[in-house]
Design a protein around this ligand. Structure first.
Ligand code: HEC
Length: 126
């Protein structure tokens, strides 16, 4: 192989390498907690407003709100959500893979962890 050809192959390999590494990077989430709704980071204090109430509105209120809530459980306000969290039922069901809430399947772990952090932070309301 001539030197010129070798240099060409080398350049080609370099370009492909750069392209591939760029592609790979594009699929690695910048922030592993970016799925949280609303966006929070690992050190934020979790409060009912806004974090918990948004998670509930997005995932639960369709069934656990209104005049005839499913399972007789309303999760429309701070006291109701706090009660269900404090008695252990809510955290148990959102983490129960064989009988999950919502029934469609386990939420992303970051969303479920919000509730644990809310407990650790002392059930702050806002
Ligand atoms: C598609 C409707 C639906 C959604 C969405 C839903 N649930 Fe439920 N949930 C039910 C039904 C129906 C029951 C009663 C039957 C059962 O316990 O499986 C129930 C029961 C529960 C119970 C047990 C109540 C008790 O005292 O026995 C908890 C706790 C609960 N849900 C929490 C949640 C939370 C938290 C979310 C959101 C993360 C959620 N659910 C989303 C339909 C839903």
């Amino acid at each position: 192989m001539s030197i010129k050809l070798k240099v060409r192959y080398l350049l080609l390999a370099l370009i492909v390498g750069v392209l591939l590494s760029n592609c790979t990077k594009a699929y690695i989430p910048k922030d592993t907690e970016s799925n949280l709704s609303p966006a929070i980071n690992g050190t934020d204090t979790i409060k009912y407003q806004p974090h918990i109430s948004v998670a509930i509105s997005n995932n639960c209120i369709g069934c656990h709100g209104g005049s005839n809530p499913q399972g007789g459980l309303s999760l429309e306000n701070y006291n109701q959500v706090r009660n269900s969290t404090e008695n252990g039922m809510l955290i148990q069901r959102i983490n129960d893979a064989s009988d999950p809430m919502p029934p469609s399947g386990l939420l992303p772990s970051q969303t479920r962890l919000l509730f644990d952090r809310w407990v650790q932070n002392g059930y702050l309301e806002n």
